[in-house]
Design a binder for this molecule. Structure first.
Ligand SMILES: *Cc1c(COP(=O)(O)O)cnc(C)c1O
Length: 220
């Protein structure tokens, strides 16, 4: 199937209120432009350098989502360029975002990434540390938390479903509470292989890469 057909197919299977992020990491700007031309405005990248390069070459009404681990020394490069940082996962990173965004008098919109499977190989904050991070977010002036993001562990359908449900529960719990600077609007979960299940379990933002662009080649 072509990129256009892939996008149409996915769009047909998701509700209007769900945001589809086209994950364009490793893909050239020409292909991103194709997806943009059919009306997709949200794109996800996992590396700061790649995101900034593409930002410079593509239309300015694209909303860029940083979905990969963000190193503190790179925060300064994304201020004003990223619509949503989906990978806030530590107090130290929060402090750097607050610092760099206040220097430029900008507001950072962020999602807290939760390492819901407690996988050592993955980034994201552990649930045990979430309380402290939320507390620190309350004292920020230039950071607004918009929701949660997770990459769930690979596994059976049953286990995937269970992780999605866990995330949805945390999301709903936090939604009931009122914290300064924190609003639980976005639950970002689901990728090419499991976005339909994620939607069933309450996701309202899916991040689809290979399902739109085809397989990634990391050797080029
Ligand atoms: C690469 C990536 C995706 C997309 O994965 P696909 O399997 O290509 O859909 C989604 N989320 C994150 C955080 C990613 O790094």
């Amino acid at each position: 199937m072509s990129i256009e057909e892939n996008v149409k197919m996915i769009k047909n299977t998701i509700e209007e209120k769900v945001t589809l992020i086209a994950v364009s990491k490793t893909k050239p700007v020409e292909e991103i432009k194709k997806v943009y031309d059919i009306g997709i405005k949200d794109f996800g990248e996992n590396k700061v350098q790649e995101l900034v390069d593409k930002y410079d070459k593509l239309p300015k009404d694209i909303k860029w989502h940083l979905i990969g681990h963000l190193q503190r020394n790179k925060v300064k490069y994304i201020v004003g360029k990223v619509d949503l940082i989906q990978s806030l996962d530590s107090v130290r990173l929060l402090q750097e975002i607050e610092k760099q965004y206040s220097i430029k008098d900008e507001i950072a919109k962020v999602l807290i990434q939760i390492n819901i499977g407690r996988e050592e190989s993955k980034t994201g904050i552990l649930l045990d540390d979430l309380g402290e991070l939320l507390e620190q977010c309350e004292s920020c002036n230039n950071v607004k938390v918009k929701g949660l993001m997770a990459i769930i562990p690979k596994g059976t359908e049953e286990s995937c479903k269970c992780y999605f449900m866990k995330m949805k529960n945390i999301f709903e719990d936090l939604k009931k509470k009122s914290f300064k600077n924190i609003q639980m609007d976005i639950l970002s979960m689901g990728m090419s292989s499991d976005y339909l299940m994620a939607l069933q379990e309450g996701s309202n933002m899916v991040r689809v890469g290979q399902g739109i662009f085809g397989k990634r080649n990391y050797n080029i």
